[in-house]
Design a protein around this ligand. Structure first.
Ligand SMILES: [Zn+2]
Length: 307
């Protein structure tokens, strides 16, 4: 689950089956992977969880879901208990007043009776958005629990801190917090043209915005200038913040900007980029699925340039 040194350009979720062509979808894209309305975060587990509490139980990166393939559901505590789920609980908060709890299952846990395991990407457009966003939050907490059981400084066992979302070493006292990795996304414009690139692993023909992880010591703006220069040899200026998106694969925070061309000729970093080109705003190539902030960034910028 560790990220590679480079961000996956464009935050593509990788398969075309996630494309949504429904006309009513666009207005909802802005809400994806944000804190749902009606969600109140909290980390203190109540002494007694009600039977209707939602249990977001993960075996590695897969969520235990109830319901049908076409209409998956997040199990209640009653359903999770009946299915025999066991493992530590982590309070996430309440969604419309109902407690939501993350649960870490053993990596070799069998499929519980009445439930099945599904990856988060497979649940896009099937699970209601507030539950999907809460599931993504739960995954990051479970992933933190799975990967920080021992102290990175001395190797002794850690335990959960009671007063905050953190783990503390039982021997040396070292405290660690859930990791969030900031990453920038930049859409470069030149007049009415947009610079898009193809990473080697993209589906054939698909282009997206440039993206990369922030390095220690950098601002987001520094990162944008460096990544665009490294990946395509272009200089940029006039950066403008667009939006951000939590992206739980496994713990990124995508921060998207537009940037204006300021000089240079396209020269691709062959290790990262298969091809980069200027496209007219009214002639876009195949783009990433609409669940990603990349798509929203490109669609809204292209619409602005066409206006
Ligand atoms: Zn330690």
């Amino acid at each position: 689950m560790e990220r590679s040194r480079k961000f996956r350009t464009g935050a593509c979720v990788g398969t075309t089956k996630l494309r949504c062509d429904r006309r009513d979808c666009a207005p909802r894209i802005a809400e994806r992977m944000h804190t749902p309305a009606g969600f109140i975060p909290g980390h203190a587990l109540p002494s007694i969880l009600p039977a209707e509490a939602r249990i977001f139980a993960f075996r590695e990166a897969k969520l235990a879901v109830a319901g049908t393939d076409a209409a998956p559901a997040v199990p209640t505590l009653a359903e999770a208990t009946a299915a025999g789920l066991s493992g530590p609980h982590f309070m996430l908060g309440t969604l419309d007043g109902v407690p939501c709890v993350a649960q870490t299952l053993a990596d070799d846990a069998p499929e519980p009776p009445g439930l099945r395991f599904a990856g988060l990407r497979a649940l896009f457009f099937l699970l209601p958005e507030p539950l999907l966003a809460t599931a993504a939050r739960a995954f990051q907490i479970v992933e933190f629990d799975r990967t920080h059981r021992h102290c990175g400084r001395c190797g002794a066992a850690t335990r959960d801190k009671p007063d905050e979302r953190a783990k503390q070493c039982s021997a040396c006292g070292h405290v660690v917090f859930p990791r969030v990795s900031p990453a920038m996304m930049a859409l470069v414009t030149r007049g009415r043209e947009i610079l898009l690139a193809r990473a080697h692993r993209f589906p054939p023909g698909m282009f997206s915005a440039l993206a990369g992880f922030v390095e220690p010591g950098e601002t987001i703006e520094d990162c944008i200038v460096r990544e665009v220069r490294e990946e395509v040899g272009i200089e940029v200026g006039r950066l403008a913040y667009f939006a951000s998106q939590s992206w739980s694969f496994p713990h990124s925070l995508m921060i998207a900007f537009t940037a204006e061309y300021a000089g240079g000729e396209i020269r691709c970093d062959d290790a990262e980029i298969a091809e980069a080109r200027w496209f007219r705003a009214d002639a876009m190539p195949p783009l990433p699925p609409s669940v990603s902030i990349a798509r929203r960034l490109i669609d809204e910028t292209a619409a602005r340039l066409r206006a």
